[in-house]
Design a protein around this ligand. Structure first.
Ligand code: NAD
Length: 344
């Protein structure tokens, strides 16, 4: 029996992690704490919302009293922390929101866990989900390793880097039991349609322009969200405490190539003429301080813990397109705002 607090479980990756843990571990009690920002959507979890071992709680990770009471009520022995502000463009226009949720919120959770566990860290774990963006931009080749020095370049990545530093500082200062994983860009079902792949799927459906930053030359390393959730499962159960694991699928794509592949799949799925969707591409002013290339080396995770991605990118992208096309309601509820009225 484990009592696990998962934060940010109504979001994109969090909902896949919650589903995997609720379905695979019926003897674990999973509490999903999420304050349902614009990115939180309980429609992501309709299939498991009534499961015996699952409970949703609406609340803010920054609220010390509320989080302390939750620990008292559910006696958590583990935390899987995903709650965060996650969109780089929003961090450029409103950095303070990112400092609040990603830095203050994370440290608040750390403090409450530390106080509740009172120095007895046996069978306790605080697992922090982070990003490869903390390592900066790989303009001259190579890969991000777990030992790559931090060099965050956007307010988002700086806030995530800061929260990672607090993890290690608590480990060093209080012997606090933590693990960090840093993952590459995720894609898949349930991603909020402000991020590249779902935004472009939506725009292609609606025959709207596809706004490509700069010349579309930025390179990202893409991983199917379910493979990220599987990696989190493996690291949670088999990872070494006070250690870090990079997660990625050695799957680098130049933005423009990815967009052209997406256009081709969409033309086929929507029975449109080949080339129709590509005509929607429109180049826009580049994002300020846009990192050129991310590429993660996840050899440690595969060699030490045996994890490997289950899908090739073309297959994953096709599955993703199929999901959005057959979940029109999910998209239309976001467009109308009604997804925020879901009862809990
Ligand atoms: P998301 O924006 O889809 O979801 C974030 C969730 O956190 C939302 O449900 C939101 O309501 C919740 N939240 C935000 N602030 C909160 C607060 N103060 N209190 C409680 N809940 C709050 O994000 P995502 O893409 O699913 O990312 C999840 C985590 O994974 C983040 O920590 C992110 O940094 C990390 N990550 C994301 C990616 C990616 O490609 N999306 C890659 C690597 C790491």
């Amino acid at each position: 029996m484990k009592n696990i607090l998962i934060t940010g479980g109504a979001g994109f990756i969090g909902s896949h992690v919650v589903r995997l843990f609720v379905n695979n571990y019926p003897n674990y009690r999973i509490v999903n704490l999420d304050n349902l920002t614009y990115a939180g959507n309980l429609e992501n979890l309709l299939d498991i919302q009534d499961a015996q071992n699952y409970k949703f709680v609406k609340g803010d990770i920054c609220d010390e009293k509320f989080v302390s009471e939750l620990f008292e009520a559910y006696k958590f022995d583990s935390v899987i922390h995903l709650a965060a502000e996650s969109h780089v463009d929003r961090s450029i226009s409103d950095p303070m929101a990112f400092i609040k949720a990603n830095v203050f919120g994370t440290v608040n959770l750390l403090n409450v866990s530390k106080e509740f566990w009172k120095g007895d860290f046996e069978n306790k774990l605080f697992y922090h989900i982070s990003t490869d963006e903390v390592y900066g931009s790989l303009d001259d080749g190579g890969f991000f390793l777990e030992s790559t020095p931090y060099d965050p370049k956007s307010p988002y990545s700086a806030s995530k880097a800061s929260s990672d530093h607090f993890m290690r500082a608590y480990g060093n200062t209080y012997n606090f039991p933590f693990i960090i994983s840093n993952c590459s860009n995720n894609y898949g079902p349930n991603q909020f349609p402000e991020k590249l792949i779902p935004l472009f799927i939506q725009n292609i459906i609606d025959k709207k322009p596809l706004p490509v930053y700069g010349k579309g030359e930025n390179i990202r390393d893409w991983l199917f969200v379910v493979d990220h959730a599987r990696a989190i499962d493996v690291i949670f159960h088999k990872g070494k405490q006070r250690d870090t694991y990079n997660i990625g699928g050695f799957n680098e794509w130049k933005n423009l190539d990815l967009i052209k592949l997406l256009c081709k799949i969409m033309d086929e799925k929507l029975s449109r003429n080949h080339g129709d969707s590509e005509k929607l591409i429109s180049y826009v002013t580049d994002r300020a301080g846009h990192d050129l290339r991310y590429a993660i080396d996840s050899t440690k995770l595969s060699s030490e813990l045996g994890w490997k991605p289950s899908l090739q990118f073309e297959e994953g992208l096709e599955k993703t397109v199929e999901w959005y096309l057959s979940n029109n309601e999910w998209l239309s509820h976001i467009a109308s705002g009604s997804y925020q009225n879901h009862s809990y």
